[in-house]
Design a protein around this ligand. Structure first.
Ligand SMILES: [Ca+2]
Length: 545
């Protein structure tokens, strides 16, 4: 229930605000013996602190699904961009009345540009939120308004999107939390997927003291270089085998029918399912999966039982990853997984458009970001289907240097101050390859004294079958937030995290599985129901041999 709204204008520098809050901590707010309430929420909007942001507060008295909390909506750093448009950094902070003492920064994604409800989204399709658990939670639009990529035409908006607006948002959040509760959070966490995963990596690298625990999914670690180059590579490759419309334009979505993809998925399953000890329709041991799409080539005419030679070659080419004309790899390849036949795969690679204007996310979201943001200078009219793999990657280097997070595989400062990092990645992710997170984790391990010492503060969990962030033939519901909290606060390093396929889902409803710390994988113990994760152990490759 909305109690009241108050707006106030704040007018101090960031440093000034922090000092002012220190004074408040020892004064009015700190003196309050009881939990904050609607009056505290209103007072937050009428204090003398200002300047950092214009804020509006609303008190939500709670419901069956959400606890009572104060909602602070705000905007900071208003300015006019080089493109003549207005920009600011908007945010939403939710402050539960029954506070756990924890803070959570909820990462964004896509082009950002919208302020998601600051409920503290968890990982995969897991529904329990941070707000429900008593976290104070913030979200931001990352410094521009609107989910389309035109903000990239303003250089400052690009820097905001990369890191500056996030630093600004975190600083404001820490200050407002301290003011509201009269003390700083006991622990600070970050959870995000995709672009939000990149933001988590960015914080670990640029602001390594900000968070005690970072739990991220499908981090977009090279979105402004390799992953978008792969989007161009895949789009061009699949278009080349797609049928044409009456105007001679290729229909991307028809490069593979759903039946074709189901055929491929079935063939992957036949080749790789049993290697983990369970014939359960899941490839739980992806590194052992060897699959050659050429085995599906038609002997004669194309029918439902086979692929054309061109289709098979296109799959082989795209799953191997993009290369320049000298053969240099421009991104990792992709893991073979039955999740190729799930809607979340088609959505990125092929789309559903039945015309010559494709709607796959690779040709819309990624193409737009490439043209407006990733190229320096931007090239708004650029057509991703004309991407040149020798010439055009260099046009992405300037922005990649500030935006991508794959380069720093040390995380030395984050490790030194005791930070904990959990990375989750679906092996059927069609945009950010799970092989990239594996490559990153291997480099991280190499730079940090081996797997044992690295595993004390950073771990990777693959999610077999999962598409981008959630979905696919997977047990994609898992409590990453709970796992990172347990690690930070109780020293409980996760070696297996229980996951489930939610009831009512298309694939394996109700099935449970452990997610296993890489490089271990879930192996069937040989007896009991295949639906029950209790019958699976996290085994190493050596165990399996
Ligand atoms: Ca299996």
């Amino acid at each position: 229930m909305v109690m009241q709204r108050v707006a106030s204008r704040i007018s101090a520098s960031v440093v000034g605000l922090v000092f002012a809050i220190s004074a408040v901590q020892t004064g009015r707010v700190a003196a309050q013996p009881t939990a904050p309430d609607a009056a505290t929420c209103m007072a937050l909007g009428t204090g003398t602190l200002a300047g950092l942001a214009t804020i509006t507060t609303t008190y939500d008295a709670g419901s069956a699904s959400q606890p009572a909390h104060c909602i602070v909506r705000g905007a900071a750093a208003p300015r006019t961009g080089a493109d003549g448009k207005s920009y600011e950094t908007r945010f939403e902070l939710r402050l539960p009345t029954a506070w756990s003492g924890r803070f959570l920064y909820q990462g964004g994604g896509g082009n950002d540009g919208t302020v998601a409800p600051a409920v503290g989204r968890n990982t995969g399709s897991f529904s329990d939120t941070g707000l429900q658990r008593g976290f104070a939670v913030i979200t931001t639009d990352a410094g521009h308004q609107g989910p389309t990529p035109e903000f990239g035409l303003d250089p400052t908006a690009r820097v905001d999107h990369a890191y500056a607006a996030h630093e600004r948002t975190a600083t404001i959040a820490f200050a407002l939390v301290a003011r509201y509760y009269g003390r700083a959070p006991d622990r600070k966490y970050f959870v995000g997927c995709s672009g939000g995963g990149r933001q988590g990596m960015m914080f670990a690298q640029r602001y390594p003291t900000y968070f005690d625990g970072i739990a991220i999914c499908a981090p977009a670690m090279s979105v402004s270089s390799g992953a978008t180059i792969a989007a161009a590579w895949d789009s061009q490759t699949y278009l080349s085998v797609a049928p044409t419309d009456t105007n001679g334009q290729r229909i991307l979505s028809q490069a593979f029918s759903d039946a074709d993809l189901a055929l491929v998925a079935g063939s992957i399953t036949a080749a790789c399912d049993a290697a983990d000890g369970a014939t359960d329709g899941m490839v739980l041991r992806p590194e052992a999966c060897r699959f050659d799409p050429k085995r599906l080539r038609c002997a004669g005419a194309k029918d439902a039982s086979c692929l054309t030679s061109a289709q098979a070659t296109a799959l082989e080419r795209t799953f191997a990853g993009p290369r320049d004309s000298s053969g240099r790899a421009l991104y990792v390849g992709q893991a073979w997984d039955p999740g190729i036949a799930a809607p979340g795969w088609r959505q990125w690679k092929l789309g559903s458009s039945q015309t010559g204007t494709p709607n796959a996310a690779n040709t819309t979201l990624m193409a737009g970001a490439l043209a407006h943001e990733f190229f320096t200078p931007p090239d708004p009219a650029f057509d991703i289907t004309q991407f040149d793999f020798d010439r055009d990657p260099a046009r992405m280097e300037a922005f990649s240097a500030i935006f991508d997070t794959y380069r720093d595989a040390s995380l030395a400062e984050f490790r030194k101050r005791g930070g904990k990092l959990l990375i989750f990645h679906g092996t059927a992710d069609p945009i950010f390859s799970a092989l990239e997170s594996i490559d990153y984790y291997q480099r991280l391990t190499h730079d940090n004294g081996g797997s044992e010492s690295t595993g004390r503060w950073a771990r990777l969990f693959l999610v077999p079958g999962m598409n981008h962030c959630a979905g696919g033939p997977a047990t994609d519901s898992f409590d990453g937030l709970g796992a990172i909290v347990d690690w930070v606060e109780r020293g409980a390093a996760p070696s297996r995290i229980e996951a489930s396929a939610r009831s009512g889902t298309t694939y394996f409803p109700g099935r449970t599985r452990p997610l296993c710390a890489y490089p271990s994988f879930a192996r069937y113990n040989g007896s009991g129901s295949l639906e029950d994760g209790a019958n699976f152990v996290c085994a190493t490759i050596a165990d399996a041999q």
